[in-house]
Design a binder for this molecule. Structure first.
Ligand code: COA
Length: 260
């Protein structure tokens, strides 16, 4: 698929995905969502890619929300469909991606933009970024998982306050309440994401994937997270990486994992 709204550039084992509609503050129109769905299904299948850094083009915005101009005339049914498809094809797909996805929040992360960042496994924000869920100003609520993921990350009281007031918060406040893992100077944003990957890439890829599955299960209501952990823990014993990790420890050397 040729991308018109995102850029996907592989450097070594990392894929840098940039939402590339800076003139519209990287708002998520349907075409962008289709391209994101496509790029993330490729990430899952591509053995060379070990992780993704997701960011926005330009200095102003990560993503300023869903593209408001596209749903202005929607009916109840079309609204529900927009949300359902977005959840399945993009937001849940990112959360369930077996390779870690780090959101590098370079500016406004509003509405669907903050929801996109919250679907990622780790969030790092530039100190210039502003984060919020302003949907109620449009007569809507967040529809790409925002009511659930924000509540999981910061607790119900803070989540409701952000959603009901529509207030934006600073990156440092977001770090204080656990909405982002780190708030860093804007110039150091990608470097911080790469630094985290320098560590993650040394670890056993299948164990990292199992950790994603198990930590995701902790916040899914329809699954027993402890049971998921038990199964994932057990399946790690069937991997060559487990044997390599244990042998390397016993032989006092660094492990060489190959994701098998
Ligand atoms: N959907 C569609 N277009 C959007 C957009 C969105 N969510 N956010 C920004 N844009 C467009 C603007 O319409 C404008 O386009 P134009 O130049 O063709 O008029 C362009 O991006 C620049 O935005 P602008 O509003 O002029 O920038 P600003 O610096 O004055 O304000 C924001 C920045 C982020 C405060 C403002 O754009 C905003 O409130 N955006 C909507 C945020 C939102 O409600 N998101 C939730 C959607 S569900």
């Amino acid at each position: 698929m040729d991308y018109q709204n995102i850029k996907a550039e592989q450097k070594d084992s990392l894929l840098y995905v940039t939402i590339n509609r800076a003139e519209k503050l990287n708002a998520l129109n349907k075409a962008t969502l289709l391209e994101l769905a496509d790029v993330f299904s490729g990430v899952t299948l591509n053995e060379e890619i070990r992780g993704v850094i997701l960011t926005g083009a330009g200095e102003k915005a990560f993503v300023a929300g869903a593209d408001i101009s596209e749903f202005a005339q929607y009916t109840v049914e079309e609204g529900e469909q927009l949300s359902r498809t977005g959840h399945a094809d993009v937001f849940d797909a990112i959360e369930n991606c077996p390779k870690p996805v780090i959101a590098a929040i370079n500016g406004f992360a509003l509405g669907g933009g903050l929801e996109l960042a919250m679907a990622c496994h780790i969030r790092i924000a530039a100190d210039t970024a502003k984060l919020g869920l302003p949907e109620v100003t449009l007569g809507l609520i967040p529809g790409y998982g925002g009511t659930q993921r924000l509540t999981q990350l910061v607790g119900k009281g803070r989540a409701f306050e952000m959603i009901a007031t529509a207030d934006m918060i600073s990156a440092s406040k977001a770090e204080e309440i656990g909405l982002v893992n780190y708030c860093v100077p804007a110039a150091a944003l990608l470097q911080k994401a790469e630094e985290l990957f320098q560590k993650i890439l040394l670890r056993a890829p299948l164990a990292v994937a199992a950790a994603i599955t198990a930590t995701n299960a902790a916040v899914k209501k329809d699954v027993d997270g402890f049971e998921v952990e038990i199964k994932e823990f057990g399946s790690c014993f069937g991997t060559a990486d487990f044997k390599e990790g244990v042998n390397a420890f016993l032989e006092k050397r660094k492990p060489r994992f190959n994701g098998k």
